[in-house]
Design a protein around this ligand. Structure first.
Ligand code: ARG
Ligand code: ZN
Length: 867
């Protein structure tokens, strides 16, 4: 059954206060909930009260203090209905019992590594007690948590702790009160043996906040970086958005079994420990960057998500797209803005573009869903963030900031919609955003076609822009509003004298299906630099020669388009190899490296990173043969490695770390490591024998996980004894470090060789591997399905079968993770015929399984039916 946006209606009842008394127990946790309810004036008077429930055992029910008579309500494992509720405010007391240890779905209250924790978004609270589990029902929560003192010395809840003490000899309790009304999806509690690091932060409003990060005892030192990121996030949200924290405590807890990355529960963010724990010995530069970004993301939700929440789940992008935009801005301020922008776009193209081009495509604001947990997608998050970014580009940074202030002011304490968001910007700018709002409604990635024409006599340059987005029935719908940042580049750099009245502050707004821009004062034939900074999430068709692109790489003022120019040349060389063009490309890269590699190593590392196999596949119209793409890319890398060898060796030498210098995760140091490791990787691509020896040596001398893992990844592509020995050594060294073993699983799962499937079968029997831990599943099977195109799509279907088996095995215990894994089949129709036939076979095999979860059945149905 589909839930539809247009069928939204307000709840018939509201809940003002929730008083919870929760007694933690491994198998029989008891939840005593008292709900202060009242009829919603906006609802249907006298309607039955239908509370959501999922997998609950009802112990008792009372209305206004008196036990409910059996004919006053109906109860099922899926809900509790009060048939004729009072017409005035009333209280309902419900006692339920649940088994946290048996909760393998990791939704609701469960135990991870012996620690009690919760995950309630999107609809997990109903697995704790019967409730109006929808985001527009907001209540003030007071939570008493009681537990065994040895089992759970730490008891955490939302808000501030107002009371705590012993209960008899063995047990104790804590009471937490959250004064801010919130939807049930933001409820959380934690109970367990945990170590912590903590510090104080004083807000701009003068509030003293105790910030703490809780982790497995013994790993406290690995939480320092996350705690520091909390403080920087609080500081930044005050300066960048004027948003201050609003409670006396802010807690972050790391747990090892978690379906997603992290969760923004009010005052009590719960994290996948992968995004908290970091030490130089166990985490890479990439891990540090991800921790910083996700800590910030969850913290920023305190305003964009919690203070202003969503009316219904169709509005998910309202909090997620906006919060991703906010965390991207934070990371850009903490690191290199251009480098971060390139990283954002790489991830958008790797994850969102294929989604938007396949059967799982959906609007940023979906119109209907069968299972909301399947809509926490790259489209909602990352394309959602791009929409916010475009809005800022359109109205300018000052108006954007004013609009954000207005949005927070007008909607504080409310459950809002995308329309409310846009209305705030209309209010401060007077601008009608109805046309712009089409970005939220239209699935698919628009195409932007651009051609240029130079008239030397008139010193004029004309750009013609046209947009297209085939919708239902193949017809183009109404045009989108596309901000196109652009400029012209001459032989010696940007043509500052070339101007057009249609271009304001470097941006042309394309709001029709086509338009022409005329530049005057153009004294030489320029190269157009279009879609600077990736100003809109579109596919750009702009036919330039390699030489023109190399001019952009050398001369453009926009770092994004400099990088993009090199990517475009490389992509064309992968799709259509050509020795002469390859040589010219290598020369241009060589000049680039000589000129400035050492001035901005992080940027240079990105220029050297060729488009992925997935990106190449995405660029083809159909009939994708992953082996052909793989071979072409390997050949190009080998050529480049050989041509650039002397330069790469110079870079390697120049960036060698000073012996004994301590590791620092800062962006500049990370950039130097990235370039040096990219150089090694390219050298190895050109000369595998020398590369293997070199990588093995680097591995032996590595003093941090970034360099160690990079060397191992390079070595992993070179078959032989050296590789196997290095892998064995790595496993032995980190036998007690699950998060590091995940890296080891992932590297092996991505080896593009026929033997990988057997290796995976062996690894599934490794003592550290288990289907019950989502990180392990994602590391081994997820890396294979999403990161090994040739072996996942083996022509014999064995790769598909391996993933299908895992989906089937996991579905009964953890449907969310199973469904997510199944999305790896999303591009199956674009594969060449024999492979797509095998994929269809596997998908139909899963379809035949009885009792599939709604999560998996939904992904499956959409994957099979969508064109
Ligand atoms: N709101 C969380 C975040 O983006 C993600 C929670 C996803 N949970 C889920 N069941 N789909 O930070
Ligand atoms: Zn989020």
């Amino acid at each position: 059954p589909l839930i539809r946006l247009e069928e939204y209606r307000p709840s018939d009842y509201l809940i003002d206060r929730v008083d919870l008394d929760i007694r933690l127990d491994p198998h029989a946790a008891r939840i005593d909930a008292t709900l202060a309810l009242r009829p919603n004036p906006a609802g249907v008077a006298g309607a039955p009260l239908n509370l959501d429930g999922d997998d609950l055992r009802l112990v008792s029910a009372a209305l206004d203090g008196a036990p409910l008579s059996p004919d006053a309500y109906t109860v099922s494992p899926a809900g509790l209905s009060l048939l004729t509720p009072p017409r005035q405010p009333f209280s309902l007391r419900l006692v339920t019992e649940i088994d946290p240890t048996a909760n393998t779905k990791l939704m609701g209250l469960y135990r991870s590594n012996g620690v009690y924790c919760t995950q309630c978004e999107a609809d997990g609270f109903r697995r704790i007690t019967y409730f109006l589990d929808r985001p527009d029902v907001m209540a003030v929560y007071t939570t008493r948590i009681e537990a065994d003192r040895t089992e759970a010395p730490v008891l955490l809840g939302n808000g501030n702790r107002i009371e705590a003490g012993p209960v008899g000899a063995d047990r104790h309790f804590a009471v937490w009160h959250d004064p801010h009304p919130k939807p049930a999806y933001l409820f959380a509690l934690v109970g367990g043996r945990l170590g912590k690091v903590e510090t104080q932060f004083t807000t701009a409003e003068g509030r003293a906040v105790t910030c703490a990060v809780y982790v497995e005892p013994g790993k406290e030192s690995r939480a320092d970086y996350a705690l520091d990121a909390v403080i920087r996030s609080m500081q930044w949200d005050e300066t960048a958005f004027g948003r201050a924290y609003d409670l006396d405590v802010f807690n972050v807890v790391a747990v090892s079994d978690f379906n997603m990355g992290a969760m923004e529960n009010k005052g009590l963010n719960i994290f996948n420990d992968k995004y908290v724990l970091a030490s130089p010995e166990t985490a890479t530069d990439g891990d540090y960057a991800a921790i910083e970004a996700i800590i910030a993301h969850e913290y920023f939700h305190n305003w964009s998500g919690n203070r202003v929440t969503c009316r219904d789940w169709f509005q998910l992008c309202l909090k997620e797209g906006l919060t991703v935009f906010r965390d991207q801005e934070f990371s850009s301020d903490m690191r290199s803005r251009p480098v971060h922008r390139i990283a954002e776009v790489r991830s958008l193209r790797a994850r969102q573009f294929p989604e938007d081009a396949g059967p799982l495509r959906h609007p940023v604001r979906p119109r209907a869903y069968a299972e909301i947990n399947n809509f926490y997608t790259a489209t909602v998050y990352d394309k959602g963030a791009e929409i916010v970014r475009m809005l800022r580009t359109l109205i300018g940074a000052p108006a954007f900031r004013a609009g954000m202030d207005r949005y927070f002011a007008d909607n504080d304490g409310r459950a809002a919609t995308v329309e409310d968001f846009l209305a705030a910007f209309t209010a401060v700018t007077g601008r009608d955003l109805t046309d712009f709002a089409r970005w939220y409604e239209r699935p698919g990635t628009p195409r932007l076609s651009v051609t240029g024409r130079y008239d030397p006599q008139a010193a004029r340059y004309t750009l013609r822009l046209a947009q297209s987005l085939p919708g239902e029935g193949g017809q183009d719908g109404a045009p989108l509003v596309i901000p196109v940042a652009l400029g012209l580049v001459g032989s010696a750099g940007p043509l500052e004298a070339a101007t057009s009245a249609q271009v304001r502050e470097g941006v042309f707004v394309l709001d029709r299906s086509e338009a022409e821009i005329v530049f005057g004062g153009v004294t030489e034939e320029p190269v157009p630099s279009v879609l600077r900074d990736f100003s809109a999430p579109v596919r750009l068709d702009l036919a330039l020669t390699d030489a023109q692109r190399m001019r952009l790489l050398a001369q453009d003022s926009d770092p994004f388009n400099r990088w993009q120019a090199a990517q475009d040349v490389a992509l064309r060389l992968i799709l259509k190899p050509d020795a002469g063009r390859m040589e010219a490309f290598a020369e241009a890269l060589g000049r680039f490296l000589d000129g400035e590699a050492l001035a901005d190593p992080a940027f240079a590392a990105l220029v050297l990173a060729l488009p992925s196999e997935g990106e190449a596949a995405d660029a083809l119209p159909a009939d994708v043969d992953p082996d052909a793409i793989h071979q072409a890319r390997v050949a190009l890398r080998a050529d480049l490695g050989r041509s650039l060898r002397p330069r790469l060796e110079r870079i390697d030498a120049a960036l060698a770390p000073v012996p004994g210098a301590p590791y620092s995760p800062d962006a500049a140091s990370a950039g130097r490591r990235a370039l040096r490791n990219a150089a090694l990787d390219l050298i190895a691509a050109g000369d595998p024998a020398a590369g293997a020896a070199w990588a093995a040596e680097r591995l032996a001398g590595a003093t941090n996980m970034t360099d160690r893992l990079a060397a191992l990844a390079t070595l992993a592509l070179i078959p032989g004894e050296t590789r196997e020995a290095a892998l064995a050594d790595f496993a032995a060294r980190y036998a007690d470090e699950p998060l590091v073993l995940d890296k080891w699983f992932a590297i092996q799962a991505q080896i593009p060789e026929a033997g990988t499937l057997e290796r995976i079968t062996r690894l599934q029997d490794h003592p550290a591997f288990t289907l019950t831990n989502p990180n392990r599943v994602r590391a081994l099977i997820g890396s294979f399905a999403f990161g090994n195109p040739t072996q996942f799509a083996r022509p014999d279907g064995a790769g598909f079968a391996c993933v299908a088996r895992t989906v089937a095995a996991l579905d009964p215990t953890n449907p969310q993770v199973a469904a997510r894994l199944l999305t790896a089949f999303g591009s199956w129709r674009r594969l060449e015929k024999s492979r797509s036939a095998k994929a269809a076979e596997m998908l139909n095999g899963i379809k035949a399984i009885r009792g599939l979860s709604r999560d998996t059945a939904d992904i499956l149905a959409r994957t099979l039916e969508g064109g």
